[in-house]
Design a protein around this ligand. Sequence first.
Ligand SMILES: CC(C)=CCC/C(C)=C/COP(=O)(O)OP(=O)(O)O
Ligand SMILES: C=C(C)CCOP(=O)(O)OP(=O)(O)O
Length: 294
Amino acid sequence: MMLQEYMEEQKKHIDARLKELLCTDVKAFETLYESMNYSLNGGGKRIRPILMLAVIEMLGKNPRPYLDMACALECVHTYSLIHDDLPAMDNDDYRRGNLTNHKVYGEGMAILAGDGLLTYAFELMASQKQIESSKIAAIISTFAQAAGPAGMVGGQAFDLESEGNMEIGIDGLKLLHKAKTGVIFKTAIDIAAILGDATQEERNALDDYALYMGLTFQITDDILDVVGDSHVLGKPVGSDEKNKKATYATIFSLEEARRLARQAAESASTSLKPFGDRARILKELVEYMLVRVN
Ligand SMILES: CC(C)=CCC/C(C)=C/COP(=O)(O)OP(=O)(O)O
Ligand SMILES: C=C(C)CCOP(=O)(O)OP(=O)(O)O
């Protein structure tokens, strides 16, 4: 199966399950549930859950019983987007081709929709009865560390404080991206390694892949903010330059950023050598990121 077909197939399952998850019988909570579902089900490429399911498959396991784990990851990602778009953060009006959550439901409800999605993700993970409880505990611990103050929240705080400061340099940039975005890709892969019973050698290879694929995603996302089409991306472009944000595309030339993206993608593919032919989909996934900016 080609990557595009594979992604469409996995996305179909993920989208269908996400639509079923968040519902309430309590009339007083209806707006909250509507606002959570508005952002969760209003588009999105589902790269993180697809990545998780693809790694489980590469490790020789059927990914289908782990669909809810993948959906939990998407709930956390969606919460981070809702909060990232708030007036107190990036103050963006469009996301996934629609008005941002706070533009439709107001700031207070958008904050609560994010809080609800984050907390619900942990409820969903903890309720997976078909998975051994020791694995659930390991997954929740990994996930909480990645999403929390030592991971994504820390990265976002650093981002907030660095706005307008183009002097953070390459080391600052690396830390920012590793903590803010790379960490969730790494978690997708770590969870898959736990569920797929990866050996130590496989884990080492997957750690390298996570690092370089996350970097490829970040550099290409930065390039798209300069050269992308806002209709295709479903979010505004040019905001990094406007907000004087240090990114791979504002610190380096576009040519250099593209070179760094290609280099990261090559390293990601090389890390998957131990998996041989089974790694085809994951290699194509980093190629797909490159194609979007070339
Ligand atoms: C704890 C929180 C709120 C974390 C947010 C992390 C995140 C997804 C940032 C998006 O980065 P970006 O602003 O570079 O991306 P985009 O261009 O999509 O807004
Ligand atoms: C981490 C970043 C840069 C936010 C956007 O992520 P995606 O490009 O995966 O966004 P969706 O497809 O989920 O909307």
